[in-house]
Design a protein around this ligand. Structure first.
Ligand code: NOJ
Length: 532
């Protein structure tokens, strides 16, 4: 059924313009060496599956050398692969073999912070206050008579203060350093020239090996406001970054992106996509001006509740956000930081039906789509026992927030019991549920009604059918409450979503795909369909 993704040329439009990226969370994708943790060879082993799925590009969550305090988002050597995941030679093989299947490979890049085990940070600890070594990070004296209060009131995204006090060489409590995330992730000082030069070296290191681009972690971070003033306290969830949050979206960040772009432009056809949590459309647009990032993650669909009006608003805002800068819209329903959509939409059969409907909405839209591994199988979040939790959020919040492990459970490939072919080791880094036998890739490949079959069909239609042409949509008719319908203006594809709770009539047209069977010609509740 599904053909391999046709190689796209960069002549008229960049290859990423309507590409579908598949996010691989390497720890959880496929384990080739039996240590219970996924790795790069595991990804290579599964390239046939990815080709069959019909995606255009991979985004690998971080695989660089890391002590894994935040599962790779704490990098101690940005120009090496962590042995847990393999070697640089394995990455070379992955790039070569993926390219042979017309699948591009992009990597996560973590420029906002390093690991506390990075040689720079270790040197900064040893060198002491006022040293050159400390300038690469954000060290400050504390407030209060003995300097024993943090330099400002910023919270860490993972809970607790964003500052950690160090013990100086003489054994006394000393300066504080900034860590917007875990204490093991000290923020870099982006006013320091060497910090940029090192990133440029890292970019070229991977680009020279054939990597097709980068997902840039915390792309709205990096720059900090002068004087690091206190901020008004806000809710501190990662998705709640707003305009008053002084930790993010500082104007100085754009000069950094322009410098990154200048390096990227040495390598035509390579892409950057920034993680940008920013609710204001105008400020979002600034990141994707022609000399900054190629793409910016828009998280509005991932944040929208199961509500037609909310989903429509998310779509409108995502389109408006890029319009003024003629940018490319991006769509994502989930990733390794948020609850899986099946669970978010209500869980069980209901959540699955709605997640299936939303994939048709997402894939009907013009722009770049990011799918999170396992969503094609319709995996739910997993309720893990306390003792299994590993996300730093769990400890840092004093066991009040369970964190993100529930969406990071290893993928089920085959068989009827854990570890479902993910590993030869029964003890996987997060335990796998006992009832996933119907959600394995193998089971779903054989089932014409499975979520995997729906994804494969949808991706194939999106790639092959002329109805998906064009960059603009129009809202179709006056949808009733709970309904949403839009049309691709050029290609004339119509997508209808029924969140009304009751079956609805469809507009005229040939139904080319439906997330649930029509009943007497009506689109059932919690379903979506495409009409040509
Ligand atoms: C965003 C990443 O997606 C998340 O997983 C990570 O914990 C933080 N950035 C810190 O790097």
């Amino acid at each position: 059924m599904t053909q391999p993704a046709a190689p796209r040329t960069a002549y008229d439009a960049p290859w990423w313009k309507d590409a579908v990226f598949h996010q691989i969370y390497p720890r959880s994708f496929s384990d080739s060496n039996g240590d219970g943790v996924g790795d790069l060879r595991g990804v290579i082993d599964r390239l046939g599956y990815l080709e069959l799925l019909g995606i255009d590009a991979l985004w690998l969550s971080p695989v660089m050398r890391s002590p894994m305090a935040d599962h790779g988002y704490d990098v101690s050597d940005p120009r090496d692969i962590d042995p847990l995941f393999g070697s640089v030679a394995d990455l070379d093989d992955l790039i070569r073999e993926a390219h042979a299947r017309h699948i591009r490979v992009t990597m996560d890049l973590v420029p906002n912070h390093t690991s506390d085990q990075h040689p720079w940070f270790q040197a900064a600890l040893r060198a002491g206050p006022g040293s050159r070594e400390r300038e690469r990070y954000v060290f400050r004296d504390g407030r209060g008579p003995n300097g024993d209060e943090p330099p400002n009131n910023w919270p860490s995204v993972f809970g607790g203060p964003a500052w950690h006090r160090v013990t100086e060489a003489d054994g006394r409590p000393g300066q504080w350093y900034l860590h917007i995330f875990a204490p093991e992730q000290p923020d870099l000082n982006w006013l320091d020239e060497e910090v940029f030069q090192d990133l440029a070296t890292t970019l070229r290191f991977w680009l020279d090996r054939g990597v097709d681009g980068f997902r840039i972690d915390v792309a709205h971070g990096m720059a900090k406001p002068d004087g690091l003033p206190d901020m008004d306290m806000i809710t501190n969830r990662i998705m709640d970054n707003d305009e008053n949050d002084l930790r993010f979206n500082n104007p100085g960040v754009h000069a950094i992106h322009r410098r990154i772009r200048a390096v990227m432009d040495e390598y035509p056809g390579r892409v950057t996509v920034g993680e940008i949590w920013c609710k204001d459309n105008d400020r979002f647009a600034e990141y994707i001006r022609p000399d900054e990032l190629h793409l910016g993650f828009n998280f509005r669909l991932a944040e929208a509740e199961w509500d037609a009006a909310e989903i429509r608003e998310a779509i409108d805002n995502s389109l408006i956000a890029v319009e003024g800068v003629t940018g490319i819209p991006t769509w994502t329903l989930s990733n390794h930081d948020v609850e899986r959509e099946v669970t978010r939409y209500g869980g069980g059969a209901l959540g699955t039906a709605r997640a299936r409907a939303m994939i048709l909405v997402e894939l009907a839209l013009p722009g770049t789509v990011f799918l999170y591994n396992g969503s094609e199988l319709g995996l739910p979040n997993v309720d893990l026992p306390d003792e299994a939790l590993q996300d730093p959020t769990w400890e840092r919040s004093g066991h009040t927030e369970r964190g993100r492990d529930g969406c990071r459970v290893p993928l089920p490939w085959q068989g009827s019991a854990p570890p479902y072919g993910f590993s030869s080791n029964e003890s996987t880094w997060l335990p796998m549920p006992a009832d996933w036998q119907d959600l394995t890739a193998e089971a779903e490949l054989e089932d014409l009604d499975s979520t995997l079959t729906l994804y494969r069909t949808a991706l194939e239609l999106r790639r092959m059918r002329p109805e998906f042409r064009g960059d603009a949509i129009e809202w179709y008719g006056a949808p009733g409450p709970g309904l949403l319908a839009f049309r691709r203006i050029d290609g004339r594809l119509t997508c209808v979503l029924n969140a009304s709770g009751a079956p609805v009539e469809l507009p005229d047209g040939e139904v080319i795909l439906s997330s649930a069977p029509l009943v007497d010609g009506l689109l059932p509740a919690d379903a979506a369909c495409w009409l040509a």
